[in-house]
Design a protein around this ligand. Structure first.
Ligand SMILES: Nc1ncnc2c1ncn2[C@@H]1O[C@H](COP(=O)(O)OP(=O)(O)OP(=O)(O)O)[C@@H](O)[C@H]1O
Ligand SMILES: [Mg+2]
Length: 163
């Protein structure tokens, strides 16, 4: 399945992440693709807010993967693993680096959200959702997201997202 959504502002991208989170469940793998500054982390922040996880969702310089525990006070029940694989791209064997993270140990019980993970982490789950974020030429703050579901039952689950 493929669906395209238009997100005019940062707030829209965040809200889109929250709405997406409501449709996610443990074991899901979400790949966030798009150029530098596209809004991948903003979207991950929205997903984290929607899942009700603890801790600020950021991309710290020296951390590749971070587990955000569910915060019961925010209604959270499922952990989110946020991975930013950007720096792994410079490694001689990025896939070996991904293997060393042992992410498969936490995939089943968590929602995994990965920036810069195309070609590196798809094997962590049977099915995954690719979210491609783009900045249209001359579009200012507008972002366009394309959702491409691979395997699984994404089309039924993703109906009615905003934008
Ligand atoms: N509609 C929008 N949605 C998301 N971000 C937007 C939007 N309009 C403007 N922005 C700005 O674009 C930037 C997106 O930054 P963000 O860190 O989320 O990008 P990224 O794709 O994670 O980049 P990187 O590849 O460096 O990790 C932020 O400065 C944000 O304020
Ligand atoms: Mg980022």
């Amino acid at each position: 399945m493929t669906a395209v959504h238009k997100l005019p502002t940062v707030a829209d991208t965040r809200a889109f992440g929250e709405a997406l989170a409501a449709r996610l469940r443990p074991g899901d793998l979400v790949l966030l693709a798009g150029p530098l500054g596209a809004g991948k982390t903003v979207l991950a922040q929205g997903i984290g807010a929607g899942l009700g996880v603890a801790g600020a969702v950021t991309s710290p310089t020296f951390v590749i993967a971070r587990v955000h525990r569910p915060d019961p006070a925010r209604g959270g029940t499922v952990p989110m693993v946020h991975v930013d694989a950007y720096r792994l791209g410079a490694a001689p064997d990025p896939r070996a680096e991904v293997d060393d993270l042992d992410l498969d140990a936490v995939t089943g019980e968590s929602v995994m959200v990965v920036e810069w993970g195309e070609g590196l982490v798809e094997q962590l789950a049977d099915a995954y959702l690719l979210v491609r974020i783009d900045r249209p030429d001359g579009g200012g703050e507008v972002r366009v997201v394309e959702l491409v579901g691979h395997g699984g039952d994404w089309s039924g689950r993703l109906a009615g997202l905003p934008g």
